[in-house]
Design a protein around this ligand. Structure first.
Ligand code: GRF
Length: 234
């Protein structure tokens, strides 16, 4: 049985696009189906992408617009069993986090637990990374719990920081890796191969690969994708 996925996104939705395309590539082998795309912003590019792919979509209620759809309504109407956050800037309400334990995932553009937490999103993350002087940043996919960016880590992939980087160049390098890592994690969780329980058994399910030839040197997307697949056991 495929998981019924709701993707929540506040921005452009390039991660949503990467998930859609990965599922298209997997075809019948995909572990989930995106049944709804929701955003707190009516202008979010993610909604346009959903429309282009004939995926039902809608705007979520906010304190300023309580008349819109609530997340509870989205979940019930579309029989959602997995919530995928892809650049979603609001907190998921605590009762839903409690009800969806192990069934909400997020991607963060740094190696958590560093450079995460309240206020750490978008370019702010990459600016903090550059200012700190670290030479390696990366991508983290994790389960969501009631603390910002603190849920159990599913997968991480490192990305080098160069001395010449600014937030744009670094952000673009990290985003490219997000597009490779996150769709595979979404599929692994949607299909049941990765669960909160089997991630809890130890670090063996997390991808922490620091082999230089895979990560710190220029690489082809297809090669990197192959290695992520291997590490995730797909
Ligand atoms: C990504 O960097 C993601 O890690 C972060 O927000 C950004 C969203 O980008 N949570 P997009 O909307 O998927 O293009």
């Amino acid at each position: 049985m495929r998981s019924r996925i709701a993707v929540l996104a506040s921005g452009g939705g390039s991660n949503l696009q990467a998930i859609i395309e990965h599922f298209e590539r997997l075809g019948e082998r995909r572990g989930g189906e995106i049944v709804f795309v929701a955003s707190d912003r009516t202008t979010a590019g993610a909604l346009e992408r959903a429309a282009r792919h004939n995926i039902p979509f809608g705007a979520l209620a906010t304190p300023a617009r309580p008349d819109r759809l609530s997340l509870d309504e989205v979940i019930d109407r579309h029989r959602v069993d997995l919530i995928v956050l892809a650049g979603y800037l609001r907190l998921v309400p605590a009762p839903i986090v409690a009800r969806f334990q192990g069934r909400i995932i997020n991607v963060h553009p740094a190696l958590l637990p560093s450079f995460g937490g309240t206020g750490m999103y978008g370019q702010r993350v990459h600016r903090a990374v550059i200012e700190s002087g670290v030479r390696v940043t990366g991508v983290t996919a994790h389960f969501v719990d009631d603390e910002y960016d603190r849920g159990r880590i599913i997968a991480q992939w490192p990305v080098p920081v160069f001395g010449t980087d600014d937030v744009e160049t670094l952000g673009a390098r990290v985003l490219r890796v997000e597009h490779l890592v996150y769709p595979r994690v979404v599929d692994a969780v949607a299909s049941g191969r990765t669960t909160l329980a089997n991630c809890a058994t130890g670090p063996s399910n997390a991808i922490v690969d620091v082999r230089p030839s895979f990560t710190l040197l220029p690489h082809e997307d297809s090669r990197l994708a192959e290695n992520i697949d291997l590490a995730l056991g797909c």
